[in-house]
Design a protein around this ligand. Sequence first.
Ligand code: SF4
Ligand code: SF4
Length: 313
Amino acid sequence: MKVEKSSQDLENEVIYAGLCIHCGSCNAFCPHMDFNKETGEAFVVDECAETVGLCYNSCPRTFFPINKIETGIFGETRKDLAVGVYKNIIQVKSKNKDSILYNLVKAAFEEGIVKHMVLTEPKSKKPPVAYPVVVDDAETAKKYIPDKTMDNAGPLVTGIGKAYLERKKQVGFVGNPCHIRGIAKIYNSDFNTGIRETLSLKIAYACSSGGMTACKYCTDFSGEFSDISYSPWGAPKGEAMLIIRTEVGQKVVDGAVKKKLLEITNDNPDLTEMKKFINKKRKKNFKTLIGDSLIKAKYLELTKEEILDLLKE
Ligand code: SF4
Ligand code: SF4
C-alpha cells in the first residue's frame, strides 16, 4: 500500500489543516521529519526529493482503508462495527498493588513476548506533550506507565524508530488508539521500515480524548488495531475491560492470570456500558468529520439530510 504523495502533501492535508494528533508515525523512520519539542506537532525538517513519501504513507490522518489494514493485521475484517476485530473480551482486576496496565506489561516481559517497551514520559500538561522512553525491563517500566490517555499525548511512535536504530528486537508498545493506527499504517505499508522485525506487542489505552485539538476528528475509541485494548470505561471502578484481539494478546493475558498478576472477574461481561462510550465518541466525531455539508459528490454539495434521503430504499 503506497500513495504517490510526500511531505508537502502531509503539511497541506494534515499539519496545516489541523488534523495532526502528534502521534510521531511520520517521524518514526524518516530523518526528514521531526516533532516540535514544545507542542509535539510534526514538522518537515527539509524538503526531500521523494514523490512517494514514507511520512505521508505512515500518517493515520492521510488515508486509512480500514478493511485493507484489518486484513493485513488480523487476516479478517470486523464483525462488530464498534469494537473492531477481537477474539475475546473479559473483565479483570489487579491481584496486587500495581495497576492492571502495569501487570500486563510485566506479564509480557515474563512471558518473553517483549524484551523492551516503548512507554511515555509526560513533559507538559498544557499543551499535553509526552516523549517516548524505551525501557529494557519490567521494573523500570513501572515509572512510565500512563495513568490516563493524556499522559500518552505525544509522538510515542518515534520510540519504535529509536529502538530499531538501537537494533532492539521484541519491542512492545503502550499508547493511545491514534498511535496504534499510525503503527498499523506503517506495518501495512510497502516501505521496508523494519517495524515488523522490531515490534512484538501493541497495547492500546482506550481513549475518549487526549486533549489535543485534532482529537475531535478521532473515531477510534478502543484502539482497534492493537493486540490488547485496555478500557477502564464500561467496567466497575478499579477494574477494566480487556479486548483481546490476537494470539499474542491472549498469551500476555493468560500469562498475567497464570502468574496471579490479574484476576478475571467476568469472562463474559455485559458490553452495554463500554459500547455506550465507544458509540458516543464515534458518532460525535464522525459528524465533525463529515461537517454540515458533503462536498465530495463531484460538483454537488450535499447535506447530511440529503444524503440520508438518497440512501433510503
Ligand atoms: S503521522 Fe502523526 S504526527 Fe505525523 S502528521 Fe500524521 S498525525 Fe501528525
Ligand atoms: S482522542 Fe485519543 S486516540 Fe483519538 S486522536 Fe486524541 S489522543 Fe489519539
